[in-house]
Design a protein around this ligand. Structure first.
Ligand SMILES: [Zn+2]
Length: 218
C-alpha cells in the first residue's frame, strides 16, 4: 500500500465550516518557552497561513512533548493529549500563539504540492502534535483523531488562504514517518471535510458535563 499517497488533502475554499469552536487551554507556564523555540512569522499571520501539519510526538506524555519546547529544540501550536492523561476527552493544549511560527518542520523540507514547493514551511503553517509512541503498537484513540480534526476545522474557518492538510512524513520522508500508518488518515480526512462523524455531533449537541468538552472554551 502506498501510504504516502494518503498523507495530504486540500481544503476546498468554498466549503468552509460554520462550526469553529475549539476546546483548548494554554499548557501551564508554556509562555516561558516561547523565546527559545518560536519565531516571528515572515508572512502575514492571518493571510499567510497555507498549511496545517500533522505530527506524532514519539513519546508517552504531554509533559514529555512540552519539555522539548523548554529545551529550545522544537515547538508546535497544539498538543493532543494521550488516553491516560486528564485532558484526554476534554481539550487540546495550546502551546504556541498561532501568530508566531513554531518549529515543527525542518527549514529545508518542502513538497511540490504544498504551496508550490516553498520551503521554510513553519512560517506559513500551523503544527499539531498528537501524543503517541509511534512504535506501531500504540493506537490513536478515537478522541485524538476527532480532536485533531476539530483543530483543523477551527483553522479552516479562521484562515482564508489555508489549503493544505499534510503529514510530517510527506514533507520530510527521509527522516520522519509521523504520524505513521496507525493514524487513521481516511477517517481523519472525512471528519475534517464533513464534520459529520456521529460521535462529534453527539458531543456538540449534548449539554451534559461529560459531553467531551467540545463546547467549552479553555
Ligand atoms: Zn513531526
Amino acid at each position: 500500500m502506498n501510504v504516502s499517497a494518503q498523507w495530504q488533502f486540500d481544503l476546498p475554499g468554498h466549503a468552509r465550516p460554520g462550526d469553529g469552536d475549539l476546546a483548548e487551554r494554554w499548557y501551564p507556564d508554556i509562555q516561558s518557552a516561547w523565546p527559545k523555540c518560536t519565531s516571528p512569522r515572515v508572512y502575514d499571520p492571518i493571510d499567510g497561513i497555507r498549511a496545517v501539519v500533522i505530527h506524532g510526538t514519539q513519546g508517552s506524555s504531554s509533559s514529555g512533548a512540552v519539555s522539548v519546547m523548554h529545551a529550545g529544540k522544537a515547538s508546535f501550536h497544539w498538543l493532543v493529549p494521550d488516553e491516560n492523561e486528564d485532558a484526554h476527552g476534554k481539550f487540546a493544549w495550546a502551546c504556541v500563539p498561532e501568530a508566531r511560527a513554531a518549529w515543527h518542520v525542518r527549514n529545508s523540507a518542502s513538497h511540490p504540492e504544498v504551496w508550490n514547493g516553498e520551503n521554510r514551511i513553519n512560517h506559513f503553517s500551523l503544527g499539531i502534535e498528537i501524543v503517541n509512541a509511534q512504535d506501531k503498537k500504540d493506537p490513536f484513540s478515537d478522541w485524538q483523531v476527532e480532536m485533531t480534526a476539530r483543530i483543523v476545522r477551527y483553522c479552516w474557518l479562521k484562515y482564508p488562504n489555508l489549503k493544505h492538510v499534510v503529514a510530517h512524513a510527506r514533507l520530510d520522508p527521509d527522516r520522519r514517518k509521523d504520524p505513521t500508518e496507525l493514524f487513521p488518515w481516511e477517517r481523519f480526512r472525512s471528519l475534517v471535510l464533513t464534520g459529520s462523524d456521529a460521535r462529534l455531533v453527539a458531543a456538540q449537541t449534548d449539554g451534559d458535563d461529560d459531553a467531551g468538552g467540545y463546547a467549552v472554551y479553555g
